[in-house]
Design a binder for this molecule. Sequence first.
Ligand code: NAD
Length: 354
Amino acid sequence: MIKITDLPEYAAHEAVLRIEDKETGLRGFIAIHNTNRGPAVGGTRFWYYKNEEEALKDALRLSRAMTYKCAATDLPYGGGKAVLMAPKDQAASHTFKNEKYLQSYARRLELLDGHFFTGEDVGMDEKDIGVLARNSSSIIGRPTIGGLPSPYAASSVFESMRAALTHAYGSDSFVGRTVAIKGLGNVGLELAQMLTKEGAEIIGADVNPEKVAAAQRLLLNCKIVPSHLIHKQKVDIYSPCALGGDLTATVIASLQCSIVCGSANNQLATPKDASRLFARGILYVPDYVANAGGLITVVDELQSGGYDKKRVERNIMQIRETVLHILSESKKKKVSESIIADALAERRFLTTHQ
Ligand code: NAD
Protein backbone atom coordinates (compact mmCIF):
# COMPACT_ATOMS: atom_id res chain seq x y z
CA MET A 1 0.00 0.00 0.00
CA ILE A 2 1.47 3.38 -1.00
CA LYS A 3 1.54 6.14 1.55
CA ILE A 4 1.33 8.92 -0.96
CA THR A 5 2.30 11.69 1.44
CA ASP A 6 5.62 9.91 2.11
CA LEU A 7 6.71 10.34 -1.48
CA PRO A 8 9.11 13.31 -1.65
CA GLU A 9 7.80 14.29 -5.10
CA TYR A 10 4.27 14.53 -3.73
CA ALA A 11 4.84 17.43 -1.34
CA ALA A 12 4.87 20.29 -3.82
CA HIS A 13 1.91 19.10 -5.89
CA GLU A 14 -1.36 21.02 -5.87
CA ALA A 15 -3.50 18.00 -6.69
CA VAL A 16 -3.21 14.35 -7.62
CA LEU A 17 -6.15 12.44 -9.03
CA ARG A 18 -6.26 8.66 -9.12
CA ILE A 19 -8.48 7.44 -11.94
CA GLU A 20 -9.97 3.98 -12.40
CA ASP A 21 -12.73 2.44 -14.46
CA LYS A 22 -13.11 -1.30 -13.91
CA GLU A 23 -15.29 -1.72 -17.01
CA THR A 24 -12.68 -0.49 -19.49
CA GLY A 25 -9.51 -1.27 -17.49
CA LEU A 26 -8.60 2.41 -17.25
CA ARG A 27 -6.24 3.04 -14.33
CA GLY A 28 -3.73 5.82 -13.74
CA PHE A 29 -2.98 9.22 -12.24
CA ILE A 30 -3.34 12.85 -13.20
CA ALA A 31 -0.83 15.01 -11.33
CA ILE A 32 -1.13 18.79 -11.20
CA HIS A 33 2.10 20.30 -9.93
CA ASN A 34 1.56 24.03 -9.98
CA THR A 35 -1.01 26.36 -11.53
CA ASN A 36 0.23 29.73 -10.23
CA ARG A 37 0.91 30.92 -13.78
CA GLY A 38 -2.11 29.33 -15.45
CA PRO A 39 -3.78 25.97 -16.09
CA ALA A 40 -1.57 22.90 -16.02
CA VAL A 41 -0.37 21.42 -19.32
CA GLY A 42 1.38 18.12 -19.98
CA GLY A 43 1.07 15.02 -22.12
CA THR A 44 -0.72 11.76 -21.43
CA ARG A 45 1.63 8.78 -21.21
CA PHE A 46 0.33 5.24 -21.79
CA TRP A 47 3.02 2.94 -20.43
CA TYR A 48 3.53 -0.33 -18.58
CA TYR A 49 4.27 0.19 -14.87
CA LYS A 50 4.90 -2.65 -12.43
CA ASN A 51 2.54 -1.13 -9.89
CA GLU A 52 0.64 2.05 -8.99
CA GLU A 53 3.54 3.45 -6.99
CA GLU A 54 5.78 3.40 -10.05
CA ALA A 55 3.07 5.04 -12.17
CA LEU A 56 2.37 7.70 -9.57
CA LYS A 57 6.06 8.55 -9.16
CA ASP A 58 6.42 8.97 -12.91
CA ALA A 59 3.37 11.28 -13.02
CA LEU A 60 4.75 13.39 -10.16
CA ARG A 61 8.26 13.65 -11.66
CA LEU A 62 6.97 14.54 -15.12
CA SER A 63 4.38 17.09 -13.99
CA ARG A 64 6.97 18.93 -11.88
CA ALA A 65 9.27 19.05 -14.90
CA MET A 66 6.46 20.61 -16.97
CA THR A 67 6.11 23.46 -14.45
CA TYR A 68 9.81 24.27 -14.83
CA LYS A 69 9.63 24.07 -18.60
CA CYS A 70 6.61 26.39 -18.84
CA ALA A 71 8.04 28.92 -16.40
CA ALA A 72 11.56 28.99 -17.85
CA THR A 73 10.04 29.60 -21.28
CA ASP A 74 7.72 32.24 -19.79
CA LEU A 75 4.56 30.48 -20.93
CA PRO A 76 1.43 31.29 -18.88
CA TYR A 77 0.85 27.68 -17.82
CA GLY A 78 1.73 25.28 -15.06
CA GLY A 79 2.87 21.69 -15.04
CA GLY A 80 0.72 18.58 -15.13
CA LYS A 81 0.95 15.05 -16.46
CA ALA A 82 -1.28 12.04 -16.84
CA VAL A 83 -0.02 8.47 -16.81
CA LEU A 84 -2.25 5.58 -17.81
CA MET A 85 -1.22 2.05 -16.87
CA ALA A 86 -0.79 -0.13 -19.97
CA PRO A 87 -0.78 -3.95 -19.98
CA LYS A 88 2.64 -5.65 -19.86
CA ASP A 89 2.09 -7.30 -23.22
CA GLN A 90 2.71 -4.51 -25.71
CA ALA A 91 0.82 -6.36 -28.43
CA ALA A 92 -2.31 -6.21 -26.26
CA SER A 93 -1.97 -2.45 -25.74
CA HIS A 94 -3.75 -1.51 -28.91
CA THR A 95 -6.95 -3.42 -28.20
CA PHE A 96 -6.77 -2.46 -24.51
CA LYS A 97 -6.64 1.28 -25.33
CA ASN A 98 -9.83 1.12 -27.41
CA GLU A 99 -12.46 3.81 -28.04
CA LYS A 100 -14.42 3.03 -24.83
CA TYR A 101 -11.24 3.19 -22.76
CA LEU A 102 -10.34 6.58 -24.25
CA GLN A 103 -13.89 7.89 -23.79
CA SER A 104 -13.73 6.89 -20.15
CA TYR A 105 -10.44 8.76 -19.75
CA ALA A 106 -11.88 11.79 -21.59
CA ARG A 107 -14.80 11.90 -19.10
CA ARG A 108 -12.32 12.13 -16.23
CA LEU A 109 -10.44 14.92 -17.97
CA GLU A 110 -13.72 16.84 -18.15
CA LEU A 111 -13.95 16.67 -14.35
CA LEU A 112 -10.89 18.92 -14.20
CA ASP A 113 -12.91 21.58 -15.96
CA GLY A 114 -10.12 23.37 -17.83
CA HIS A 115 -7.48 23.17 -15.09
CA PHE A 116 -5.48 20.58 -17.05
CA PHE A 117 -4.83 20.38 -20.80
CA THR A 118 -3.18 17.33 -22.27
CA GLY A 119 -2.01 15.78 -25.52
CA GLU A 120 0.23 13.14 -27.03
CA ASP A 121 3.10 11.52 -25.15
CA VAL A 122 4.80 8.12 -25.19
CA GLY A 123 2.31 5.35 -26.05
CA MET A 124 -0.41 7.63 -27.43
CA ASP A 125 -0.83 8.20 -31.14
CA GLU A 126 -2.62 10.67 -33.38
CA LYS A 127 -5.69 8.42 -33.60
CA ASP A 128 -5.99 8.24 -29.79
CA ILE A 129 -5.70 12.02 -29.60
CA GLY A 130 -8.47 12.30 -32.20
CA VAL A 131 -10.82 10.15 -30.07
CA LEU A 132 -9.95 12.12 -26.94
CA ALA A 133 -10.49 15.45 -28.72
CA ARG A 134 -13.98 14.38 -29.78
CA ASN A 135 -14.85 13.59 -26.17
CA SER A 136 -13.03 16.24 -24.17
CA SER A 137 -12.34 19.96 -24.48
CA SER A 138 -8.98 19.52 -22.71
CA ILE A 139 -6.99 18.12 -25.64
CA ILE A 140 -4.19 20.14 -27.22
CA GLY A 141 -1.52 19.56 -29.85
CA ARG A 142 -3.71 18.13 -32.60
CA PRO A 143 -1.59 18.01 -35.78
CA THR A 144 -4.56 19.46 -37.69
CA ILE A 145 -4.13 22.73 -35.79
CA GLY A 146 -0.42 23.49 -35.38
CA GLY A 147 1.13 20.66 -37.38
CA LEU A 148 3.74 18.33 -35.93
CA PRO A 149 5.72 19.76 -32.99
CA SER A 150 9.10 18.28 -34.00
CA PRO A 151 10.11 21.05 -36.49
CA TYR A 152 9.42 23.60 -33.74
CA ALA A 153 11.48 21.62 -31.23
CA ALA A 154 14.28 21.54 -33.82
CA SER A 155 13.91 25.26 -34.30
CA SER A 156 14.25 26.03 -30.58
CA VAL A 157 17.35 23.83 -30.35
CA PHE A 158 18.76 25.71 -33.35
CA GLU A 159 18.11 29.12 -31.72
CA SER A 160 19.61 27.86 -28.45
CA MET A 161 22.73 26.79 -30.32
CA ARG A 162 22.97 30.24 -31.88
CA ALA A 163 22.83 31.81 -28.42
CA ALA A 164 25.47 29.43 -27.10
CA LEU A 165 27.78 30.20 -30.04
CA THR A 166 27.34 33.93 -29.41
CA HIS A 167 28.20 33.45 -25.74
CA ALA A 168 31.20 31.23 -26.48
CA TYR A 169 32.67 32.88 -29.56
CA GLY A 170 31.00 36.27 -29.96
CA SER A 171 29.39 35.18 -33.27
CA ASP A 172 26.34 33.06 -33.98
CA SER A 173 27.54 31.91 -37.38
CA PHE A 174 27.53 28.18 -38.07
CA VAL A 175 30.01 28.50 -40.92
CA GLY A 176 33.06 26.39 -40.09
CA ARG A 177 31.35 24.85 -37.03
CA THR A 178 30.83 21.13 -36.62
CA VAL A 179 27.85 19.63 -34.81
CA ALA A 180 27.57 15.99 -33.69
CA ILE A 181 23.95 14.85 -33.54
CA LYS A 182 23.00 11.68 -31.68
CA GLY A 183 19.61 10.51 -32.96
CA LEU A 184 18.52 11.37 -36.50
CA GLY A 185 14.79 11.01 -35.85
CA ASN A 186 12.08 13.64 -36.25
CA VAL A 187 13.92 16.40 -34.40
CA GLY A 188 17.52 15.36 -35.09
CA LEU A 189 17.12 15.18 -38.86
CA GLU A 190 15.19 18.45 -39.07
CA LEU A 191 17.87 20.13 -36.98
CA ALA A 192 20.64 18.66 -39.14
CA GLN A 193 18.96 20.13 -42.24
CA MET A 194 18.65 23.58 -40.64
CA LEU A 195 22.30 23.50 -39.58
CA THR A 196 23.54 22.31 -42.96
CA LYS A 197 21.70 25.19 -44.63
CA GLU A 198 23.57 27.60 -42.35
CA GLY A 199 26.95 26.14 -43.27
CA ALA A 200 27.60 23.74 -40.37
CA GLU A 201 29.19 20.35 -40.89
CA ILE A 202 27.24 17.46 -39.42
CA ILE A 203 28.44 14.23 -37.86
CA GLY A 204 25.45 12.00 -37.13
CA ALA A 205 24.61 8.69 -35.51
CA ASP A 206 21.47 6.60 -35.16
CA VAL A 207 20.88 3.01 -34.12
CA ASN A 208 18.23 2.69 -36.81
CA PRO A 209 19.79 2.06 -40.27
CA GLU A 210 16.69 3.52 -41.98
CA LYS A 211 17.22 6.84 -40.19
CA VAL A 212 20.89 6.82 -41.19
CA ALA A 213 19.93 6.17 -44.81
CA ALA A 214 17.40 9.03 -44.74
CA ALA A 215 20.03 11.39 -43.31
CA GLN A 216 22.53 10.42 -45.99
CA ARG A 217 19.89 10.98 -48.65
CA LEU A 218 18.79 14.39 -47.36
CA LEU A 219 22.03 15.88 -46.12
CA LEU A 220 25.03 16.76 -48.21
CA ASN A 221 28.34 15.83 -46.59
CA CYS A 222 26.96 14.23 -43.45
CA LYS A 223 29.53 11.95 -41.84
CA ILE A 224 28.00 8.99 -40.01
CA VAL A 225 29.74 7.32 -37.07
CA PRO A 226 28.67 4.43 -34.81
CA SER A 227 26.37 5.52 -31.98
CA HIS A 228 28.80 4.64 -29.20
CA LEU A 229 31.41 6.98 -30.70
CA ILE A 230 29.29 10.05 -31.48
CA HIS A 231 29.95 11.87 -28.18
CA LYS A 232 33.72 11.39 -28.61
CA GLN A 233 33.90 13.40 -31.84
CA LYS A 234 35.97 16.58 -31.82
CA VAL A 235 33.23 19.11 -32.57
CA ASP A 236 31.97 22.53 -31.50
CA ILE A 237 28.55 21.28 -30.42
CA TYR A 238 27.35 17.90 -29.20
CA SER A 239 23.59 17.53 -29.63
CA PRO A 240 21.76 14.68 -27.85
CA CYS A 241 18.55 14.14 -29.83
CA ALA A 242 17.83 10.49 -29.00
CA LEU A 243 16.73 9.33 -25.55
CA GLY A 244 17.22 10.73 -22.05
CA GLY A 245 20.02 9.90 -19.60
CA ASP A 246 22.70 10.35 -22.26
CA LEU A 247 25.03 12.60 -20.24
CA THR A 248 26.57 10.22 -17.73
CA ALA A 249 29.82 10.91 -15.85
CA THR A 250 31.67 8.64 -18.32
CA VAL A 251 30.20 10.33 -21.39
CA ILE A 252 30.93 13.80 -19.97
CA ALA A 253 34.55 12.84 -19.29
CA SER A 254 35.06 11.88 -22.93
CA LEU A 255 33.24 14.79 -24.62
CA GLN A 256 35.39 16.82 -27.00
CA CYS A 257 33.09 19.79 -27.58
CA SER A 258 32.60 23.24 -26.10
CA ILE A 259 28.76 23.23 -26.13
CA VAL A 260 26.08 20.62 -25.37
CA CYS A 261 22.66 21.49 -26.74
CA GLY A 262 20.04 19.02 -27.93
CA SER A 263 16.38 18.09 -27.93
CA ALA A 264 16.29 14.95 -25.79
CA ASN A 265 14.36 15.27 -22.53
CA ASN A 266 16.21 14.55 -19.26
CA GLN A 267 19.67 14.48 -20.82
CA LEU A 268 21.55 14.55 -17.51
CA ALA A 269 21.85 11.07 -15.98
CA THR A 270 21.87 12.68 -12.51
CA PRO A 271 21.58 16.32 -11.35
CA LYS A 272 25.32 16.20 -10.45
CA ASP A 273 26.15 15.83 -14.14
CA ALA A 274 25.30 19.50 -14.69
CA SER A 275 28.19 20.38 -12.37
CA ARG A 276 30.44 17.88 -14.15
CA LEU A 277 29.85 19.66 -17.45
CA PHE A 278 30.40 23.01 -15.78
CA ALA A 279 33.64 21.83 -14.16
CA ARG A 280 34.90 20.76 -17.59
CA GLY A 281 34.12 24.22 -18.98
CA ILE A 282 31.52 22.85 -21.39
CA LEU A 283 28.49 25.11 -21.92
CA TYR A 284 25.26 23.23 -21.34
CA VAL A 285 21.90 24.54 -22.53
CA PRO A 286 19.36 22.91 -20.16
CA ASP A 287 17.28 20.47 -22.18
CA TYR A 288 13.90 21.82 -21.14
CA VAL A 289 14.86 25.27 -22.39
CA ALA A 290 16.45 24.09 -25.65
CA ASN A 291 13.57 21.82 -26.69
CA ALA A 292 10.72 24.09 -25.57
CA GLY A 293 9.69 24.86 -29.16
CA GLY A 294 7.62 21.66 -29.13
CA LEU A 295 5.67 22.81 -26.09
CA ILE A 296 5.35 26.38 -27.38
CA THR A 297 3.53 25.26 -30.53
CA VAL A 298 1.35 22.70 -28.74
CA VAL A 299 -0.02 25.14 -26.13
CA ASP A 300 -0.47 28.06 -28.50
CA GLU A 301 -4.03 27.04 -29.43
CA LEU A 302 -5.05 27.88 -25.84
CA GLN A 303 -4.34 31.58 -26.37
CA SER A 304 -7.32 33.82 -27.06
CA GLY A 305 -7.93 33.94 -30.81
CA GLY A 306 -6.49 30.44 -31.25
CA TYR A 307 -3.31 29.15 -32.82
CA ASP A 308 -1.02 31.80 -34.33
CA LYS A 309 2.08 30.55 -36.15
CA LYS A 310 3.73 33.99 -36.02
CA ARG A 311 3.40 34.13 -32.23
CA VAL A 312 4.84 30.61 -31.99
CA GLU A 313 7.84 31.69 -34.04
CA ARG A 314 8.27 34.85 -31.94
CA ASN A 315 8.18 32.84 -28.72
CA ILE A 316 10.76 30.43 -30.08
CA MET A 317 13.05 33.33 -31.02
CA GLN A 318 12.69 34.54 -27.44
CA ILE A 319 14.41 31.34 -26.25
CA ARG A 320 17.64 32.80 -27.61
CA GLU A 321 17.45 35.62 -25.02
CA THR A 322 16.64 33.14 -22.26
CA VAL A 323 19.66 31.00 -23.15
CA LEU A 324 21.95 34.04 -23.29
CA HIS A 325 20.71 35.06 -19.85
CA ILE A 326 21.22 31.57 -18.39
CA LEU A 327 24.73 31.26 -19.82
CA SER A 328 25.89 34.68 -18.66
CA GLU A 329 24.43 34.23 -15.14
CA SER A 330 26.07 30.82 -14.92
CA LYS A 331 29.41 32.36 -15.81
CA LYS A 332 28.93 35.27 -13.41
CA LYS A 333 27.76 33.18 -10.45
CA LYS A 334 30.07 30.25 -11.21
CA VAL A 335 27.31 27.66 -10.95
CA SER A 336 25.93 25.28 -13.56
CA GLU A 337 23.43 26.40 -16.17
CA SER A 338 20.85 24.00 -14.73
CA ILE A 339 20.96 25.73 -11.36
CA ILE A 340 20.38 29.10 -13.05
CA ALA A 341 17.53 27.78 -15.24
CA ASP A 342 15.78 26.10 -12.29
CA ALA A 343 16.10 29.26 -10.20
CA LEU A 344 14.71 31.38 -13.04
CA ALA A 345 11.71 29.05 -13.35
CA GLU A 346 11.16 28.95 -9.58
CA ARG A 347 11.25 32.75 -9.31
CA ARG A 348 8.48 32.84 -11.89
CA PHE A 349 6.17 30.09 -10.73
CA LEU A 350 6.58 30.51 -6.99
CA THR A 351 5.85 34.22 -7.02
CA THR A 352 3.23 34.58 -9.74
CA HIS A 353 -0.47 34.29 -9.02
CA GLN A 354 -2.40 35.32 -12.11
P1 NAD B 1 12.35 10.06 -32.69
O1 NAD B 1 11.93 8.77 -32.09
O2 NAD B 1 11.78 10.49 -33.98
O3 NAD B 1 13.96 10.11 -32.84
C1 NAD B 1 14.84 9.58 -31.91
C2 NAD B 1 15.93 8.88 -32.70
O4 NAD B 1 16.96 8.46 -31.81
C3 NAD B 1 15.43 7.63 -33.43
O5 NAD B 1 15.75 7.72 -34.82
C4 NAD B 1 16.20 6.49 -32.75
O6 NAD B 1 16.52 5.43 -33.63
C5 NAD B 1 17.43 7.21 -32.25
N1 NAD B 1 18.13 6.56 -31.16
C6 NAD B 1 17.62 5.92 -30.09
N2 NAD B 1 18.60 5.46 -29.30
C7 NAD B 1 19.76 5.84 -29.88
C8 NAD B 1 21.13 5.66 -29.56
N3 NAD B 1 21.52 5.03 -28.46
N4 NAD B 1 22.06 6.17 -30.40
C9 NAD B 1 21.70 6.81 -31.54
N5 NAD B 1 20.41 7.01 -31.88
C10 NAD B 1 19.46 6.52 -31.08
O7 NAD B 1 12.07 11.15 -31.57
P2 NAD B 1 12.03 12.73 -31.74
O8 NAD B 1 10.64 13.18 -31.85
O9 NAD B 1 13.02 13.13 -32.78
O10 NAD B 1 12.56 13.20 -30.32
C11 NAD B 1 13.94 13.11 -29.99
C12 NAD B 1 14.13 13.52 -28.53
O11 NAD B 1 13.67 14.88 -28.36
C13 NAD B 1 13.33 12.69 -27.54
O12 NAD B 1 14.08 12.57 -26.35
C14 NAD B 1 12.09 13.53 -27.27
O13 NAD B 1 11.54 13.27 -26.00
C15 NAD B 1 12.66 14.93 -27.35
N6 NAD B 1 11.68 15.94 -27.72
C16 NAD B 1 10.94 15.79 -28.86
C17 NAD B 1 10.01 16.77 -29.20
C18 NAD B 1 9.16 16.64 -30.44
O14 NAD B 1 8.38 17.54 -30.72
N7 NAD B 1 9.29 15.59 -31.21
C19 NAD B 1 9.84 17.90 -28.39
C20 NAD B 1 10.64 18.05 -27.25
C21 NAD B 1 11.55 17.05 -26.93
